[in-house]
Design a protein around this ligand. Structure first.
Ligand SMILES: O=C(O)c1cc(=O)[nH]c(=O)n1[C@@H]1O[C@H](COP(=O)(O)O)[C@@H](O)[C@H]1O
Length: 286
């Protein structure tokens, strides 16, 4: 029987280290890899990523936008990529950042989080800006299927704080703080952790929020956006066991040789482990 998403994420991170590698087939990268910017090129790009990363990292995160760019043919490649990765046992976090009114959210949830769907991933990214409650169909479908949901909280882009750091009222906390508090309520005290994660960028100057919500933390922004392993340790050191730092271009630029891609991911993973360990030892009593 399949175990809960929190348990599967815990086991994968313990086995492979914290790194999540993103599959973002930018046109420029496809060209650098010597491939045509077409469905055929996309197919070879994605297959190379599967060969390089499946069975070597805890999570792979395909970015749907770069597949949708090619229409139905691109979406078919995305579907196959998700299935191929999952067949190897590698966890797939599908990055689609969905969010809509409840009845439409239910259809998105069925598409990405229901095991009967051909596009089902292990987890999906969602946006809470139609109201956290509008995400309920995602949570409910995930619970029924032992899949997971990652909700945007403090994103890695410079425009994020305008909305996410906004105060909800004179005395209340921030929008992001409210998202994190609601995730905490959903995860409860499940062990080893709950299935509902947050997205918090590795590019932030400071966290300034309570991240004790007992779920995984996707931390994108490592590499191309300027985040470093030391930033990950500085921001997430106290909750190191739940952080899933993510990079796409930072590793993909090592392609198209699958061995070079795998080596690059292993190197980033090792840097993360080293920085998080240094943080831990610097804080432990002598
Ligand atoms: O949800 C995400 O993964 C995400 C959230 C966020 O705050 N910032 C962010 O960059 N991402 C995604 O992470 C990937 C970052 O790619 P690189 O900048 O190439 O590492 C892209 O697919 C983004 O859409």
């Amino acid at each position: 029987m399949k175990s809960g998403f929190g348990a599967r994420a815990r086991a994968a991170m313990d086995a492979y280290g914290p790194l999540c590698v993103g599959i973002d087939p930018h046109a420029a990268l496809i060209e650098e890899w010597g491939l045509p910017d077409s469905v055929e090129g996309l197919e070879r790009f994605a297959a190379t990523c599967v060969e390089a990363f499946a069975g070597h990292v805890a999570f792979v995160k395909p970015q749907s936008a770069f597949f949708e760019r090619f229409g139905a043919g691109g979406v078919a490649v995305l579907e196959r990529t998700i299935q191929d990765l999952r067949h190897t046992g590698t966890l797939v976090l599908l990055d689609v950042k969905r969010g809509d009114i409840g009845s439409t959210a239910a259809a998105y949830a069925e598409a990405y989080l229901d095991e009967d769907s051909p596009m089902c991933a292990d987890a999906v990214t969602v946006s809470p800006y139609l109201g956290f409650g509008s995400l309920e169909p995602f949570f409910e479908t995930a619970e029924r299927n032992d899949t997971g949901v990652f909700v945007l909280a403090l994103t890695s882009n410079p425009e994020g704080p305008q909305v996410q750091r906004a105060r909800q009222g004179d005395t209340e906390g921030t929008v992001a703080g409210s998202v994190l508090a609601q995730l905490k309520a959903l995860n409860g005290d499940r062990t080893p952790m709950g299935p509902f994660g947050a997205v918090i960028g590795a590019t932030l100057e400071t966290l300034d929020e309570d991240v004790a919500f007992n779920g995984p933390i996707l931390a994108p922004g490592l590499g191309a956006q300027g985040g470093t392993a030391d930033d990950v340790a500085r921001l997430f050191g106290p909750v190191a066991d739940r952080v899933l730092p993510s990079t796409s271009r930072g590793v993909l630029k090592a392609g198209p040789d699958p061995a070079a891609l795998r080596d690059s991911a292993a190197q980033v993973n090792a840097e993360l482990v080293r920085s998080l360990e240094m943080y831990r030892t610097s804080r432990s009593p002598a």
